[in-house]
Write a protein that binds this ligand. Structure first.
Ligand code: SAM
Ligand code: SF4
Length: 319
């Protein structure tokens, strides 16, 4: 369905958990997060009810994310059941890739269409530093595995942070010469732990694009959040996601469901609806969703406020 600004909302992003097996410096506090009780977190059956209602309103694409969703038992079943919801055409996940190599086959068989894997450095030591202890080799093997089984296009999310990984931009771009992957450089957002790094660490996409004149612009789908580029003769692509320097609110097609059962019509707005209250009645659930979609805010003000208005963190909302 369309919101009141005429944007067609056909994409639901779901954070399945706020827990994670890593502690990235721009996302989670070092000590981790307060562990929620089972009652506080949506169950898979509840999520499927919401997915069903969203599909009735025209949602076609689902992205499951977190926290880290692959730490959850039964994720393959959730994907399989989601793939059977009438109207759902595309199921993607965003993962840190640590547990993906072993799960990739099963996830594909269950109906997963595509994966986004987060990777902010190509160096083993720096990966340990950024993620506070992760093993990069597991992520690199997961990327190869997804390519080999055709879980493609594999998109690699790289948050750029000045002074931390800006010395590796050309290495990431060069990866696309040989690998059929899309490297997506993401502007650091001042949300959660990102707020602490933002002032010194923010780098705009424009700054990077200006440094690499050999990147050739490609035509980009209207609802795509990334502007796409390519190196001559490369197998992959390079994307830039610029929520601050070139925000994409006018073509935003998504709403979000947090792991605690609230619907957020915008990542950076404080507006939320507790959808748990409507789970026992499909008619009420659908009409509550309809109202949230219709009233989606026109835009965020992150670039002016230098701070997200969201009351939730990235790991609760899903990136
Ligand atoms: N754990 C999974 C992962 O890391 O891919 C999924 C959840 S994570 C919150 C989703 C995405 O949000 C990741 O690509 C991550 O890099 C990004 N992210 C987290 N905090 C961010 C911030 N402050 N600015 C920009 N991107 C951020
Ligand atoms: Fe975990 Fe993803 Fe946040 Fe890193 S970015 S701490 S992997 S949720």
């Amino acid at each position: 369905m369309n919101d009141r600004y005429g944007r067609s909302i056909d994409y639901l992003r779901v954070s399945l958990t706020d827990r994670c097996n890593l502690r990235c410096i721009y996302c989670m506090p070092e000590e981790g997060v307060y562990k929620k009780s089972h009652e506080e977190i949506l169950r898979f059956e509840e999520i499927l009810k919401i997915v069903n209602a969203a599909a009735l309103l025209g949602v076609k694409k689902i992205r499951y994310t977190g926290g880290e969703l692959l730490i959850l038992k039964g994720i393959e079943e959730l994907i399989e059941k989601t793939s059977k919801v009438p109207g759902i055409k595309d199921i993607a996940i965003t993962t840190n890739g640590i547990l993906l190599e072993d799960l990739a086959d099963k996830l594909k068989e269950s109906g997963l269409s595509r994966v986004n894997i987060s990777l902010d450095t190509l160096k083993e030591d720096k990966f340990k530093q950024i993620t506070r202890g992760g093993d990069i080799n597991k992520v690199l093997r997961a990327i190869q595995k997804c390519i080999s089984i055709g879980l493609t296009p594999v998109k690699i999310n790289t948050v750029l942070i000045k002074g931390i990984n800006d010395d590796e931009i050309s290495d990431f771009i060069n990866l696309t010469r040989e690998l059929p992957v899309e490297i997506r450089f993401i502007e650091l957002m001042p949300i959660g732990q990102g707020e602490k790094l933002y002032e010194k660490g923010f780098m705009s996409s424009g700054e990077v694009i200006a440094r690499f004149p050999e990147l050739m612009p490609l035509e980009t789908n209207k609802s795509s959040t990334a502007s796409l580029y390519k190196m001559k003769n490369s197998k992959g692509k390079v994307g830039f996601i610029s929520p601050l320097s070139c925000k994409f609110c006018t073509s935003c097609n998504r709403i979000r469901l947090t792991s605690m059962g609230t619907i957020k019509p915008c990542l950076h707005s404080a507006n939320e609806l507790n959808i748990k209250e409507y789970l026992n009645n499909e008619v009420l659930l659908t009409s509550a969703l309809k109202e949230v979609i219709y009233n989606k805010p026109s835009q965020h003000n992150l670039e002016c406020d230098k701070k997200s208005s969201s009351n939730k963190m990235m790991y609760q909302i899903g990136g």
